[in-house]
Design a binder for this molecule. Structure first.
Ligand code: UDP
Length: 321
């Protein structure tokens, strides 16, 4: 038997995306072979270029809503494929619904066939525009099913329901992580999310576009903390959803000012209309992750933002933005 075949195998759908690529790095470092499945509609080979020569890494370009055929044993399936920014799911509404619904069905089928553990990347969007604050996992949410964000929110809610059904009915060993706003290197500069938008605008001294009055809140988690929490959840034995995110909450206006200062920028702040159904508040209750996994975020916001700013500064210098 070759050395390779003795290593556990993890399949990561959406493995060329922001989170999927960081997760792949972590799994390889932990001694896994990683099979990445991605159709690259929002992911990018530039996120995984450094892995192409790694003998433990395989890239399959495929849409995960189609039948998934992975040769040989699989121990873990991480379902991370999905458009994940409001602009992406406005531009790709059908793909967003399909990957959350059909893609989750296919990847659960793969986990079942391989008797592998399955972990679903769910989202704080399942809480919609929340009426409970901060949001514990027991909150059922306040989602508009027919609004523009509904394609993502409902796809992920369906994905959670399908995951629990496979667990209860087929006995698949499943996990569900509800991911709150996360930032760090490898975010797409033009994905429309607030972190890349503000950083690129500030670095270019262009106007920073705060949507609405900027009093809506978010709580930002650095990517290494998030991956640590997800890895801990994958190794736990808990089947119900667990929030992973950073509870330090701020308004979007405060966030714009912080980024402007950290970039040493002279950008002015301008206001643009608030997108439809933009949640007014968001903060994870992470009590469950703390007690169950012994996990809590460690990265200080200013340090995490500085690392992220450096990443975007280099992209701009290289003419890649
Ligand atoms: N936002 C903003 N300016 C931008 C992009 C986003 O003010 O250029 C706001 C957006 O309205 C929301 C928050 O920042 O209130 C976070 O938006 P993002 O798209 O990053 O993710 P969300 O948390 O809404 O999924």
């Amino acid at each position: 038997m070759s050395e390779h075949s003795s290593k556990p195998v993890a399949v990561v759908t959406g493995g060329a995306g922001f989170l999927g690529s960081h997760l792949s790095d972590r799994l390889l470092a932990e001694g896994y072979r990683v099979v990445c499945v991605d159709n690259l509609i929002t992911g990018s080979m530039s996120n995984v270029g450094h892995l192409q020569k790694n003998p433990d890494y395989t890239f399959i370009r495929q849409d995960v809503t189609q039948e998934l055929d992975v040769k040989g044993p699989v121990n873990l399936v991480f379902h991370f494929a999905s458009p994940a920014s409001p602009i992406d799911y406005l531009e790709l509404p059908i793909q967003t619904l399909k990957v959350g619904a059909l893609g989750t069905h296919k990847t659960l089928g793969l986990a079942r066939a391989k008797q592998a553990r399955f972990l679903l990347a769910s989202t704080s969007e399942v809480y919609g525009d929340p009426l409970v604050h901060p949001q514990p996992e027991t909150y059922w949410g306040n989602v508009n099913p027919i609004g523009p964000r509904g394609v993502y929110d409902e796809a992920k809610r369906f994905a959670e329901a399908m995951t629990m059904a496979y667990h209860r009915y087929h006995g698949v060993d499943t996990r569900i992580v509800r991911i709150f706003n996360t930032y760090g290197p490898r975010m797409r500069p033009n994905d429309g999310r607030v972190v890349p938008a503000f950083i690129v605008q500030a670095l270019r001294n262009e106007p920073m576009t705060v949507f609405g009055d900027g009093r809506q809140t978010r709580s930002f988690c650095y990517v290494s903390d998030l991956i640590e929490g997800i890895y801990a959840l994958a190794r736990s034995s808990h089947h119900e959803p667990v929030n992973i995110g950073n509870p330090s909450e701020m308004t979007i206006l405060q966030f714009a000012e912080k980024i402007r200062t950290l970039c040493g920028s002279s950008s002015e702040i301008v206001h643009k209309p608030l997108p439809v159904d933009d949640p007014k508040i968001r903060q994870p209750n992470i009590q469950k992750a703390k007690s169950l996994l012994g996990w809590e975020p460690r990265m200080d916001l200013e340090h995490g933002l500085s690392l992220t700013i450096e990443y975007f500064r280099n992209l701009i210098r290289a003419g890649k933005v």
